[in-house]
Write a protein that binds this ligand. Sequence first.
Ligand code: NDP
Length: 444
Amino acid sequence: MSYVDEVLARIKEKNASEPEFIQAATEVLDSLRPVVDANEDLYRKEALLERITEPERQFKFRVPWVDDQGNVQVNTGYRVQFNSAIGPYKGGLRLHPSVNLGIIKFLGFEQIFKNSLTSLPIGGGKGGSDFDPKGKSDREIMAFCQSFMTELCKYIGADTDVPAGDIGTGAREIGYMFGQYKRIRGVFEGVLTGKGLTYGGSLARTEATGYGLLYITEELFKSHGDSLEGKTAVVSGAGNVAIYAIQKAHQLGAKCVTCSDSTGWIYDPEGIDVELLKEVKEVKRARLTEYAAKRPSAEYHEGRGVWQIKCDIALPCATQNELHLEDAKQLVANGVTAVCEGANMPTTIEATEYLQENGVWFIGGKAANAGGVATSALEMSQNSERLSWTFEEVDAKLKDIMVNIYHNIDDAAKKYGMEGNYVAGANIAGFEKVAEAMLAQGVC
Ligand code: NDP
């Protein structure tokens, strides 16, 4: 049995109750085979794959808080510090009822390679809670965030572990958490990113993941002698990533005709009205039915369905495993050219393989959505310098980073004879740097 297969078998046995983590580890290790085969003796002797797939440490803790009726509620909090070989742990905090240890581990594992790809000095981590922010009052959100940070603050710091936002954690939640950290630890430092602009946040961080997704998509088309001008895109999600992906796509000449949330989806053949979407989702925190009610050209449908709309580009920007094999078949039948992932692992392994086998240009989330964490690292730099860069400066650095990522993953795929396989290219390029750092640092 090959070293990769041995390690994968052990991971499946040890983590049987964590399907998302097994899925992520399988996807990464499978694509690393050529690199691992070329270095098998060394990696085996150093137990490199066993170490890189085992978190350095993980915390699971109680988060009690009081709701508006005076009742005590209890949630579970998590922080997985996966790998610090190339820098302090860095990765977001997800607040969603589906959160469990396996989901946080899958996200933390992916984060190692994504962060490495940005070329910035950040290790991999992730955290969150099964708390559901939907329908909660501002006071309840604050009560939860303060309780969550009361425990989390023991494990994080500007040079050790720097969390950020993710699903359910936006500027409001980061603000409440930052306030509580400062109150307990007594230091004003860049311990969280995604902060408000008045207290250390970076311009362009809000836009970064969506904008970065479009910068890499643009570079993909450019390198194939094409452009985004006149292309039709379908987008899933209606949160932070989706909104700014749509905005940048429109600026670059493409038209996004769909978006979705967890209850339904919009088809708007005239193109999504970003200002209206922001009003509905960012200001009112309402459902997409409100968008349809105010936009005569839009149709609202219950359930899921964006992938059935004919398009050139598909941008999944909601959550994991939201684009299935039958969706991939529909996209191919409709003549899709490219699929670039704004969300983390939104495409199932079978769907990814089908798209690749049918000649679709496919860039996975580790590369395509790395603009968010890259800009978070730029926020850390600004905090350390105690300076703020302009929007244009941050946006220009973000664009450079995304263009570089494209060429790095393209080159890595070519180097191992897998031209056009951007998934393998991203895993290999991300892995090589972390592996080298781990080997240099000895057994730890
Ligand atoms: P948000 O919470 O802002 O938005 C998430 C969107 O996806 C919402 O429209 C939400 O619908 C929908 N959604 C969430 N869960 C489900 C589900 N189970 N089924 C259907 N729809 C769902 O999150 P973000 O936009 O920040 O994150 C989206 C994805 O991008 C995640 O995978 C995240 O990990 C990834 N990502 C985010 C980064 C960032 O900077 N924000 C950086 C890199 C990756 P509803 O409103 O109904 O909940």
